[in-house]
Design a protein around this ligand. Structure first.
Ligand code: INI
Length: 157
């Protein structure tokens, strides 16, 4: 007989940090709203949700590291938006954010969720914040809860 584990959608008792970039704030504010409303729907208490703003997506992983290393959070959600058409150094900013976030998650063991949109256009970013391509903020919140609860199961807690 094998054992099979899967994280849940029950966020009760979880403490979550949300790191959000100010760049393209008209999009990242929507990501933040979606993430927070989904966390609450899943049972995370207001007092257990901490939001920290950083200048841009390139800075998100640094703040995520501070949050993850503090021991105060069960998951960290990183939110940002990098639009290729509007930045010549798209690859550096988007690639740096992705690599940095994965690195923090692997080094700390805390689930750190990649909720940074990397799109060609503003329209594509809009479609991913409540349009026909879903909502990356909401998805990131669900991922954070699933991974935090799976971590507890795998740790035998
Ligand atoms: N930061 C973003 O989050 N999105 C962008 O589209 C963007 N562009 O276009 O340059 C961006 N740049 C700022 C970057 O994240 C850093 O804040 C900056 O380079 C200072 O380190």
């Amino acid at each position: 007989m094998t054992r099979e584990l899967e994280g849940s959608a029950d966020g009760a008792g979880l403490r979550v940090a949300v790191i959000v970039a100010r760049w393209n704030g008209f999009i990242t504010r929507k990501l933040l709203e979606g993430a927070i409303s989904t966390l609450k729907e899943c049972g995370v208490q207001d007092a257990d949700i901490t939001t920290a703003w950083v200048p841009g997506s390139f800075e998100v992983s640094t703040a995520a590291k501070w949050a993850a290393e503090s021991g105060r959070f069960d998951a960290v959600i990183c939110l940002g938006c990098v639009i290729r058409g509007e930045t010549a150094h798209f690859e550096y900013v988007a690639g740096g954010a992705a690599e940095g976030i994965l690195d923090v998650s692997l080094k700390t063991g805390v689930p750190v969720v990649f909720g940074v949109l990397t799109t060609e256009t503003v329209e594509q970013a809009t479609e991913r914040t409540g349009g026909k391509e879903g909502h990356k903020g909401e998805e990131s919140a669900r991922t954070a809860i699933e991974m935090a609860t799976l971590r507890r199961l795998l740790a035998g807690d």
